[in-house]
Design a binder for this molecule. Structure first.
Ligand code: MGD
Ligand code: MGD
Ligand code: SF4
Ligand code: MO
Length: 695
């Protein structure tokens, strides 16, 4: 029996797993012992990865929709040619930017780098990723405050921290192995800031149930009080940061009284939080989607960073302003997808970076994309307005996951040519596309991933592909060839080639990984960037900013702040309640195409969309457990849900797991102005009981 160590391709922890294989069959999956992230443990999703091998697929060949609407299975080479010819035709007819791509943080680094090369460099058009729906806020916050998109921590910090503050994060469901590590830290105070008594809040020492999207005023008021009480690390502020004096003046207006009024928290509890931060010796702040997905999300993330800076809680064991990523390779896609920055980082108009990247890729500088991509919302708006006619979607399911998702349905109807590359042909996005490209799943792929703490790890094929099966890399390469890229693909023949290119692009950048080798990652503990050529790895847990040097021109971290905005989409008389959305259970993954892979979860999870409602509110509208509720949204749509009564949710708020199509039928087209990340978590709604027999 052979053992193949590979990386779980669900959440951003990137646990490693040992696949025991005999005769091209996975016999068992065992979480890798000694791997720094998960050391012999994993959640049910990772343990179930072997189930992918038993899922029966209709065909391994592309599915092409004919003019009469019928579908035909065609050979791969024919599909490559059809896609390439159609894209060229559309570009000739309607202009270069009349085709676009949507990609993901769930591909390998090599896959989205070659996709970026084909679409952005060769075809000179737009590709954005679903990381826009997820991490874009943290990216912008890091870039502005630290000078580079660099999450500072190592996961070990959660075990070394005496005061752990989780803001808009629910690791019990979303990062289960991180939750295990929080639990194993016996000397901590666990503080959760979340409007819901989430599964994590239920297990916390302190829970602050603020009103949704009032984090910013709370964080500013805390900063103000810390300053007033003299709880500052002045040495740190003076030596390693800039902009503090202005910040100090600015936050004076945010009194505890004002914050109490806006958040619904008592003044006493806000003051308690200030004292908890002050009394902690090693305070760490961790945030996820409750912060990233909002209309003033970037400034909220930066308000967390400001608190860490002013109290000197950064660059030391057990500290940090730490953004948790969501998908297995969200971190990789940020630096290597050629969408918002050049490969390895650097803006598209940065002459030195352009020279370096073109040299590495062996192309003339004019081949490189010249500007950042049009953002996700812009791509969809331009499909609807008729400017974009062709779309290639890889490894994401926007018909379901996009905010106000009917707009994507509308977009699908407008497209002249819609290509979906997915492991399943029956997703909400793939089932009716013009060309469906059925690729193999993670257990048959190779490449690399970067996890939430910047750890690069190897994805190794546990199983071999059959003759007709293709990986994402092969398909993108094949279409590139059919597009006539010729020698532009010479350096990109295999994932290993792409890795080596990306590695060279990273040289001398903060995310330098020139010391990492493709083969060296195999059976390893993974390596966090930066890891430069010639460097010796002394520790497998490394945090950034231990030298207190940031990536800004002055090498200092910046205090960035802005007045709290009026909610652009407030509750009204007509829409008095607020809809919150997020993860529903450990076993459910996003749009649930993969629920079929997770042992038992498929059998036990609720098939129809459900909603959590406060027991008292349910009583007031006369709804009992499992009766149906109609929810109408300020976006003009309504969805029906099964009611689940709970006291873990505020009276005026309801919660829908994002795993149901009905959820984003209700969310609005509202974005953070800097990151363009959707505001998924606070939609004004109204509710009514659906009488039996009626709708
Ligand atoms: N089982 C499972 N695990 C997953 C995923 C999955 O689909 N299923 N997805 C992965 C991905 S891609 C991601 S991005 C992560 C997401 O991981 P998380 O962000 O931890 O998960 P969410 O449920 O989206 O949101 C977290 C919490 O934010 C709270 N929240 C909502 N609004 C606010 C607010 O205004 N302020 C504050 N402070 N909190 C608020 C919600 O009530 C919720 O409890 O999970 C990853 N892990
Ligand atoms: N209301 C609401 N909406 C949300 C969120 C929320 O909190 N609330 N969260 C947002 C966030 S953080 C995220 S990350 C997005 C996620 O949204 P999506 O990315 O749309 O969700 P997934 O279900 O992960 O879609 C991945 C697709 O890739 C396919 N797939 C899996 N493996 C492979 C592979 O190896 N190759 C290929 N080609 N395909 C593969 C799967 O079958 C699936 O169809 O949703 C966002 N939407
Ligand atoms: S915690 Fe995340 S990476 Fe680890 S096994 Fe579960 S889904 Fe996979
Ligand atoms: Mo995400």
């Amino acid at each position: 029996m052979k053992k193949v160590q590979s990386t779980c391709n669900y959440c951003a922890l990137d646990c490693n797993l040992d696949f025991y294989v005999e005769g091209n069959k996975i016999i068992k999956v065992v979480p890798t012992k000694g791997y720094p992230v998960n050391n012999g443990f994993s959640c049910i999703k990772g343990l179930s990865l072997d189930k992918q091998q038993t899922i029966v697929r209709e065909s391994t060949l592309p599915r092409f929709k004919q003019e009469d609407g019928s579908v035909k299975r065609i050979p791969w080479d024919d599909a490559y040619k059809i896609v390439a010819d159609k894209f060229i035709e559309l570009q000739q007819k309607y202009g270069t930017e009349s085709i676009a791509g949507l990609s993901t943080g769930q591909l390998t680094m090599e896959e989205f780098s070659i996709f970026g090369h084909v679409m952005r460099n060769h075809l000179k058009t737009n590709v954005d990723g679903n990381t826009r729906l997820c991490m874009a806020t943290a990216v912008v916050a890091h870039k502005q405050s630290f000078g580079f998109d660099a999450p500072p921590y190592t996961l070990k910090d959660i075990e070394l921290s005496d005061t752990i503050i989780l803001i808009g994060a629910n690791p019990v469901l979303a990062h289960p192995i991180l939750w295990d590590r929080i639990r194993s830290n016996k000397n901590k105070k666990l503080i959760v800031i979340d409007p819901r008594k989430s599964e994590t809040a239920q297990n916390a020492d302190y829970w602050y149930d603020l009103k949704g999207k009032t984090d910013l005023i709370l964080l500013y008021a805390i900063a103000n009080k810390i300053i007033e009480n003299g709880y500052l690390d002045n040495e740190y502020i003076n030596n390693y940061t800039e902009g503090f004096e202005d910040f100090k003046e600015f936050v004076k207006q945010y009194t505890v009284g004002k914050a109490a009024k806006a958040t619904g928290l008592s003044e006493v509890s806000i003051l308690e939080l200030v004292e908890l931060i002050h009394s902690g010796k090693r305070v760490s702040f961790w945030w996820t989607m409750g912060v990233n997905q909002g209309y003033e999300a970037v400034r909220t993330a930066q308000a967390i960073i400001n608190l860490a800076l002013m109290t000197g809680n950064i660059g030391k064991p057990g500290t940090g302003a730490n953004s948790l990523t969501g998908q297995c390779n969200a971190m990789g896609s940020r630096a290597y997808s050629n969408t918002s920055v050049l490969y390895g980082g650097g803006d598209f108009d940065n002459a030195a970076r352009r020279e370096r990247v073109s040299e590495v890729l062996g192309v003339d500088e004019s081949v490189l994309a010249t500007k950042p991509t049009l953002t996700y919302n812009g791509i969809i708006e331009k499909i609807i307005s008729g400017e974009i006619k062709g779309l290639w979607v890889i490894c994401t399911n926007p018909r379901h996951s996009w905010t106000n998702n009917k707009t994507f349905k509308e977009a699908m109807k407008k497209l002249e040519f819609f290509v979906v590359q997915d492991i399943y042909g029956d997703t909400d996005s793939s089932e009716d596309c013009d060309m469906y490209l059925p690729v193999v799943s993670g257990i048959k792929k190779e490449g690399t991933y970067i996890n939430t703490e910047r750890r690069i790890s190897a994805m190794r094929p546990a199983l071999e592909k059959s003759e007709d099966e293709r990986s994402d890399y092969e398909v993108i390469y094949g279409i590139g060839k059919a597009l006539g890229m010729g020698n532009l693909l010479d350096k990109w023949k295999t994932p290993r080639d792409a890795f080596n290119l990306m590695k060279e692009c990273s040289r001398n950048m903060p995310c330098d990984m020139t010391g990492v080798t493709y083969d060296g990652l195999v059976n390893s503990k993974g390596i966090q960037w930066p890891f430069r050529e010639g460097e010796v790895l002394e520790d497998d847990q490394r945090r950034l900013f231990e030298d207190n040097k940031y990536y800004t021109p002055s090498k200092k971290a910046k205090f960035i702040f802005e007045e709290v905005r009026e909610n652009p989409l407030p509750n009204t008389k007509e829409f008095p309640y607020t809809l919150n959305t997020g993860r529903g259970s450990v076993g459910q993954w996003h749009t649930q195409t993969r629920t079929r892979e997770v042992a038992f979860v498929e059998d036990v999870s609720i098939k129809d969309a459900y909603i959590y409602i406060n027991t008292k509110l349910a009583e007031e509208i006369g709804v009992q457990e499992n009766e149906n509720i109609k929810v109408s949204s300020i976006n003009g749509n309504s969805s029906d849900f099964i009611a689940k009564l709970t006291d873990n949710i505020r009276y005026d708020e309801l919660y829908v797991p994002m795993h149901y199509l009905e959820c984003n039928n209700l969310t609005p087209s509202l974005y953070d102005p800097y990151s363009k990340e959707p505001s998924y978590k606070t939609t004004p709604i109204n509710i009514s009981k659906i009488e039996v027999g009626g709708k």
